[in-house]
Design a protein around this ligand. Structure first.
Ligand code: CA
Length: 395
């Protein structure tokens, strides 16, 4: 048993050990793992030889070291934490500030939920087929803006921009009136790939280090006017929030599950022998009230298929690249990961803390959390990604 106290049923058991970057009362940033309600400083736990990798303000160096190092370090941390450890370098999680854990390289956002893509198709293009003809043949995605990826707890300023509804004779400029969320998982590339190379579905584990929760804040009025024909742009690029703990793939072994049937069969480059989906339960809280429980197990395209597609043209990847799944939505009520779906574009308000609500108001807080099955009765926690909406600053 570990000498670090772990509350019964904690989703941060010895089977999880997610990595993050923390500081204590404004001191230097360094890498730690979470165990129970404690943060363990890795440079202290692992000793002087590991200072170059862990007494640093990001996970970047560790990510780039590759899957064999990830496995050996995890085994060593687990071993050490199962025994008695010295009290130095252990902090209550309530005493630390958590930071963006890695330098975000390229950021791509996919669109891998059939339920979400179908709902958005019905809302944005009511007179045509909900799914576009390409949707079941390739994981649709777009390149997002890595420079505005922020850590949980960062305030989100309501964006301004151009919008035009069907009833308007001309576009107008102003604060978004349809500010929304998208609850997603994000996958963090560790060991990259060279320009010209491809990452096969079955090589996913050699390249991807772990997963985080993503909130892809979305200004639906800006998005609806600007997205034709090149896709999302300013309606998304103002902010994307990440949970601060990166859950290693090794902690998600028990969450692996078969993918839904893919019909028609995807092209060979999107097939593999070791492909899997993930049984992760997300929970969306709006001003402290649970409004949705999106099930990741419903996702049509796998994370490995997303990465295979992302690199099939020879695009390179590097440590810190992030690709997100797209909004996680299930088939049932209260399983949608975006308010545009939950309220059917604002036409069916939901009650939040006794008030009828559609899109986000200034001062609103959204918290998205997630857990997955671990060994036995254990759950593996991702923690949460939180953000508060602050008023627009018109320019
Ligand atoms: Ca998205």
């Amino acid at each position: 048993m570990s000498s670090v106290a772990i509350p019964d049923g904690s989703p941060f058991s010895i089977h999880n050990l997610p990595y993050g970057v923390f500081s204590v009362r404004g001191d230097h940033r360094r890498v730690g793992v979470r165990l129970g309600d404690s943060v363990i400083e890795l440079a202290t736990l692992l000793g002087d030889d590991e200072h170059d990798t862990f007494a640093v303000p990001t996970l970047d160096r560790f990510l780039a070291q590759g899957h064999e190092r990830w496995a050996s370090v995890r085994a060593r941390i687990t071993d050490l934490l199962m025994g008695d450890i010295a009290p130095g370098g252990v902090y209550p999680v309530s005493d630390v500030t958590l930071h963006l854990p890695f330098t975000v390289g390229d950021y791509v956002d996919f669109y891998a939920s059939q339920h979400h893509a179908s709902n958005l198709g019905r809302l944005f293009r009511p007179d045509s087929e909900p799914l576009m003809p390409n949707w079941k043949h390739l994981p649709v995605g777009y390149h997002g803006r890595s420079g505005t990826v922020v850590v949980s707890g960062t305030d989100i300023c309501r964006p301004c921009g151009q919008r035009k509804t069907a009833g308007d004779s001309a576009p107008t400029y102003g604060p978004s009136q349809r500010l929304d969320i998208e609850a997603e998982l994000g996958f963090v590339v560790g060991a990259g790939s060279d320009m010209g190379d491809r990452i096969n579905v079955d090589d996913f584990d050699r390249h991807v280090f772990g997963a985080v929760i993503v909130n892809d804040w979305s200004a639906r009025d800006l998005q609806a006017w600007e997205y034709v024909p090149l896709g999302p742009h300013l309606g998304k690029s103002f902010a994307t929030s990440l949970s601060p703990w990166v859950v290693p793939l090794a902690a998600l072994q028990h969450a692996r599950m078969p993918l839904p049937v893919q019909d028609p069969a995807p092209l060979p480059y999107l097939q593999g022998h070791q492909d899997w989906g993930l049984d992760v339960e997300l929970v969306v809280e709006w001003n402290g009230e649970v409004v949705s429980r999106p099930p990741y197990r419903e996702m049509y395209w796998s994370p490995a298929q997303m990465l295979a597609h992302l690199t099939v043209n020879g695009a390179s990847t590097r440590a810190g690249d992030l690709f997100a799944s797209g909004t996680v939505s299930g088939p049932h009520r209260r399983q949608q990961g975006a308010f545009i779906e939950l309220t059917w574009n604002g036409s069916e308000p939901i009650t939040v803390k006794g008030e009828e609500r559609t899109f986000l108001q200034d001062g609103d807080e959204v918290v998205i959390s997630a857990t997955a099955p671990g060994p036995g009765e254990n759950r593996v926690g991702f923690g949460e990604v939180a953000g508060v909406i602050t008023p627009a600053v018109p320019r």
